[in-house]
Every structure is written in structure tokens, then in C-alpha cells.
Design a protein around this ligand. Sequence first.
Ligand SMILES: C[S@@+](CC[C@H](N)C(=O)[O-])C[C@H]1O[C@@H](n2cnc3c(N)ncnc32)[C@H](O)[C@@H]1O
Length: 469
Amino acid sequence: MKSSIRALAELVLKNIDVLEEDCARRGADIPSLQDPYKAGTEFTLDDPNVQNASTVIIAAAQQLIQTVQNPQVNLLMTAYSTTLAGAIRVATEFHLADILNEAGEAGLHVKEISSQCKADPVKIGQILRLLASSWIFKEVKPDVFANNRNSSIMVKGLPVKKLQISQYSKPEGATSALLGIIGDEMIKGSSFLYETLSDPKTAFSGESNEAALCRAFNTNLTYWDYCEQPDQQARRLRFGVAMQAKSKLEPIELTTKGFDWKGLKKDSLVVDVGGGIGTFSLALVKEHPHLRYVIQDRGLVIEDGIERTKVYFPEELETGRISFQEHNFFDAQPIKNADVYILKFICHDWSNKYSHIILKRLREAAGPNSRLVIVDKVIPYICPPSELNEEISVPGTWKPELPEPIVNMSGGIIYPHLSSVLMMLLHHGQERTVSNFSELLAGAGWKLVEVYQHDAFGQYSSQILAVPV
Ligand SMILES: C[S@@+](CC[C@H](N)C(=O)[O-])C[C@H]1O[C@@H](n2cnc3c(N)ncnc32)[C@H](O)[C@@H]1O
């Protein structure tokens, strides 16, 4: 009988055929990890077959590693990965990828790298070597480092001298901004998770200002209030830019397809509630310029959004096709009877208690024809698909399939579950299953009518369409 590890290896090989065919069709080479990233060298993940093949390869390869490797090493190496996040943050804050981008293919000696970022060469060498051992940067000669495919993603695209003054002024810095948050807020919050979950004062709390990160920052402010402190301006700006990186992780159809935006009448009003600096609406307006968009958020975020929109969408701002409005989504919604209310990456920030209030305020403002589009992860259970009958009864939800002998597709797609815990440690929020959404919406006077998914495993955000009841 074939062993499970052979079956996993064969599954990898079978799906590699699909990726090789994809490359052959496009006349492209298999991307090299050693070379800096060039746009268009990734597999074409907008083709569902290619996307599925790549997901299966990753899940099968991870399961193979987990099976072959000593379980103690599996566990310890996974736990140690927080240190990598810290090291990656050092790389982004010191602009190491940009320094090496300017140095070119030959790379740069660690002493010269360190003199540019005014840091200790021994310590920067330790950091770079740890990252290079994890396929981020490469050591081309002893103590000489250069960018590879993964590290080059951190290149922000401005001269290093300019970056040292203001690093988050360009959307190209979005991935670095997100990496900065992962190596900062996420690690700090993670290290206080246990204390927060075990302290009777916070163990069952749904209050945003009692989450693990608040404990880490020694504050009783919510993350959003904390970011608005005068000395936290860089943190607030970084968050706004990082939201664009999250959008980049997902194919553009997620923002422009799914819900029938095209079918909305000319000048229909779309209200992007908690729209941040406008990432989602700005992606929508490109594809659906016949609609009007109002982006609502907290005052300071709106100011940041207007500044950025003046640069990238001056005409839409001037004509009023896009406008910004300060609004607290716990207060009465000032725009009644909008055609569509959007909540993108909002519900996941809040516990059920607060998500209920946000949904209720929108329900009070909605007219009979208003639609609510929630954009969030719909997280899958990790149990066998045969147990999922109830979950897949909502129109549009995808039925997960696990090719033998994979027991857990999340090996390839850990992100939705990670995101759920991250939302917990930041705000006492959570990602939700279809049933969770259905219940939450029903409690606030909405009916979940359809889900637009792009995969069955929660890798990409879904759109959840609800109508007033
Ligand atoms: C995770 S971000 C999502 C931003 C945006 N929807 C996007 O996807 O890019 C959450 C947003 O909620 C905003 N927010 C937090 N509390 C708010 C409140 N009480 N009223 C309005 N917006 C709020 C934050 O400022 C932030 O921009």
C-alpha cells in the first residue's frame, strides 16, 4: 500500500503539472526564489485551476513536512516564528530591502548596509542571516547580502534618503507597513494573550479596550483611540497604508466583482462605513465610475484619506463622485436610504455586542431597497467537509474539497484563522463563519441572502449580501 508521505508527494507532483502548463501557456519561466520579484512572474492565480493547484501543493507540502519532521521540532519552530516577525520588522523599518535594491545584484557588505541605517553591523548581520535562512534576502558571499524574490517585496520604491524621512507616503510601502504592524502590534498583543484570556476581569470580555494589545500597551484606550494620541501619529498612518497591502493580497475581482455593482443605476449612492482612507471605494470607482461614493470614518482618518485622494483621484474628489464624511458608526447613520452600505473589515474588528450595534444603526437608516455588503473573511471549519451540511446551504458558499490524503487545507491557507486571533488580540474581535454572520445579521434586522466567495477555505475575503427584513 502507498504510504501517506508518498501520496502527498504525488499530489504535489500532479499539481505541479498544472503550474508548469500555466507557465508554458504564458511563455513564462518558473519564478526563481533567488531573483528579485518582477511583476507578472507569479502564477496566474485568477485562473481557478492554477489557484487550486497552488493551494493543494502548499497544503500537501506542509503536511509532508509536518509528517516527516519530529513533532517537537514542528511545535518549537512554529512557536519560534514570532522572532522572524520581529526580524522582518527590523528589515522594513531600517529599509534594508531598499538599501539592497540600490546596491543591485552584487549586494552589499553588512558593514555598508549598517552604516546606511546607522545600526550595529554584527546585529544587522544576525538579523539578515536569520531572514536569509528563511528565504528572505540571500547571502551572496560571506557577509554580503542581496535581495531575493521575497525580500524584494519590501522595496518601498523611494530613494533610501527620502524613506528615512517619511516611509509611509507611498502605496508601494503598503506591504512594509503591514509587516511593520505584524512585527509590532501583533507580536506585542500575542505575548499578552494568555494573561488576557486567563484573567477573570478580561477572560469573557467583548470590550475593545480590554484586548491583549491594550494590556501590552498598558492603556485602557481602544486601539483606534490609542492610534489617535498625538505621539502615535506614525502608527495611525502606518495602519491606513497597511490596509492597502491587505487588498493587494487578494485578486481585484474581490473588490469589483461579486455583488452586482454594475447593475446599480447611475449615481446610486454607496456608503463605505468605516471606509478608512478609502481603499475599497477607490478600487470600486475605477471599475464602476457611474456610482457615487461616500467614505465615512473617524475625523483624523478622513483627513488622511482626503490628502491621499487629492493625489490619486483629484477629479473624483472635485466632482463629488467621491466624498469623505466624519462619522462614528455607533451613532445614528446620517445617510438614510443609501443604495448600498459597505462594511469592509469592520465586523471582524468588533465582538458580537458591538457588531450588533453597528449593524443596527445601518438597519435604522436603510430603506426597503438598501443593500448591505459586508466584506470580511468567511472562515471555514477545519473538520471533514462531510460534516458541513448546514454551512453550505447559504447560496454562494463554496463546498470545500480535500484531495486525499490532505486532512487540513489550512496548511496552505492559515491566514483566516490567524486573522481571527489577531482580531481578538487587537480588539476582542473575530472572523466569522457563515452561521455566525447569519445569526448576527438576523439579530439586527438583516437577512443574509447570498455569499460571494472566491475559495472554500477563507483565503480571500468574501462579500456577504444582506437585505433589510
Ligand atoms: C480594519 S479598518 C478597515 C478600513 C477600510 N474599510 C478598509 O477595508 O480599508 C477599520 C476602520 O474602522 C475605523 N473605525 C474604528 N472605529 C470607528 C468608529 N467608531 N466609527 C467609524 N470608523 C471607525 C478605523 O478608523 C479604520 O479605518
